[in-house]
Design a binder for this molecule. Structure first.
Ligand SMILES: [Mn+2]
Length: 433
């Protein structure tokens, strides 16, 4: 029989603090549900992190309920698991009311056996007969411990066409740029499933899904699929991927002969065009850098787009904070940009190069080293570097003194001020400040 299902993951609804981008995330979800309805799928699989946090605000829950209800009204079941972001160890995830309302079927259900193994249950999809199960995530990839005590026999021996839903990175599939990400070997997954619906990784893997004519054949070697985030969830993802999307998986299954032929079509979701720009300000003064940025912006067609600008390089003079993100964003909005995100993390100044700290030192040693390095870079008339270092230590000492019981705030402030004045050999002008 013909089957067709949608596989989405890492929607992270409510992830953005920037309201424009947050709305984009909502729009992406709405577009996804509309596309799913047009495609007339048999069911939907969500591989975790529908929400960015386990207790999102009302807007997010309202959106999810509204959209998922459209699926239920068409009798399209939604199967899923909780991800590392929307799982709550105390069972207080806002996914719970979705489950109670029948809008989300939690696949990660089972029991502990007598010898403390985890036995998962199957859910059989009524229309297609496909059997689904999955294992939810926990914070910091702790679910890997659950995989180690997973009872595999019942999962592997179950007959029929099966889908396993996971929110865990598989080591063998981990892209190099995610080398710090916790992962588990593929050998921990139960075998004999036709499709492994992956979540957690925000990049689309296999990468070919996003390339070519958009159809990808699922076989035994390529059956663990990560659609990636439905919409970018932070600056880096926006800059790197520019859009997210989901998978429509379709094909032919025969439960009796256990034969499965599935292909995947990746559906990109682009509520608005994203324009990304990197501006290198190396060997420029802060003023020259501002000119360069203004010039680059004047040449952009930003109308109706979301623009990301990453400013990099080491300024010869001036400070990085003289390049004001809010002013650059304003220039872009004047050019019609829907919104602009500016990242200056890699912008430094030769006058003020960042100090580096060795790992493995105590807090006191780090503080000592930082103060020393800062003092070396600070010039103040009539104050030697060593004197400056002493002054910084003394200021921190003063700031660290607590207000004594019974002392009034005003007295305490006065005392602090006097001590500062003394440190800098200053006299107080006038009576009070
Ligand atoms: Mn995620």
């Amino acid at each position: 029989m013909d089957v067709k299902f949608a596989h989405l993951s890492d929607c992270h609804l409510g992830a953005w603090r920037n309201e424009v981008l947050n709305q984009m995330g909502y729009e992406a979800f709405e577009q996804t549900i509309n596309t799913i309805l047009e495609e007339e799928v048999d069911f939907v699989v969500i591989s975790g992190d529908l929400f960015d946090i386990s207790n999102p605000k009302v807007d997010v829950i309202d959106l999810a309920v509204r959209e998922l209800k459209k699926l239920r009204d068409k009798n399209i079941p939604v199967y899923g698991i909780m991800g590392s972001h929307d799982f709550s160890p105390s069972d207080n995830s806002m996914i719970r009311p979705l489950i109670s309302a029948g809008l989300f079927i939690d696949l990660s259900k089972g029991e502990l056996t007598d010898n403390k193994q985890l036995k998962l249950h199957f859910f059989q999809d009524e229309k297609t007969g496909i059997k689904l199960t999955g294992l939810r995530a926990r914070k910091r990839s702790l679910e890997i411990e659950d995989y180690k005590r997973l009872l595999r026999e019942n999962l592997e021996d179950e007959t029929g066409i099966k889908i396993f839903v996971l929110h865990t990175m598989m080591s063998e599939l981990k892209p190099v740029e995610f080398k710090e990400m916790e992962s588990a070997p593929k050998s921990l997954l139960p075998q004999n499933f036709a499709y492994y619906a992956g979540g957690h990784l925000h990049k689309t893997v296999p990468e070919e899904l996003r390339e070519g004519d958009g159809t990808f054949v699922v076989d035994q070697k390529n059956n663990i699929i990560y659609p990636g985030s439905l919409y970018p969830t932070n600056f880096r993802e926006l800059e790197k991927y520019r859009y997210g999307g989901f998978c429509i998986v379709s094909g032919d299954i025969n439960a009796e002969s256990q034969s499965v032929k599935l292909t995947i079509k990746y559906i990109p979701i682009k509520p608005r065009e994203i324009l990304t720009l990197v501006i290198d300000c190396a060997n420029k003064t802060a003023i020259e850098a501002l000119d360069l940025i203004a010039q680059k912006i004047s040449g952009l067609d930003a109308e109706g787009k979301i623009v990301t600008i990453r400013i990099i390089g080491s300024l010869t003079s001036g400070r990085a904070y003289e390049i004001k993100s809010s002013e650059i964003a304003e220039q872009l909005k004047n050019k019609g940009a829907l919104d602009a995100l500016i990242n200056k993390n890699a912008l430094t100044s030769k006058e003020y190069a960042p100090v580096s700290v060795a790992v493995g030192k105590t807090n006191e040693e780090i503080e000592e080293a930082l103060i020393h390095e800062h003092a070396e870079k600070t010039t103040m008339k009539k104050t030697s570097k060593k004197d400056m270092e002493n002054k910084i230590h003394r200021i921190l000492g003063v700031l660290g003194t607590d207000r004594e019981e019974g002392t009034q705030v005003r007295e305490y402030n006065e005392e602090l001020l006097n001590q500062f004045l003394e440190i800098f050999d200053l006299t107080k002008k006038g009576k009070s400040l």
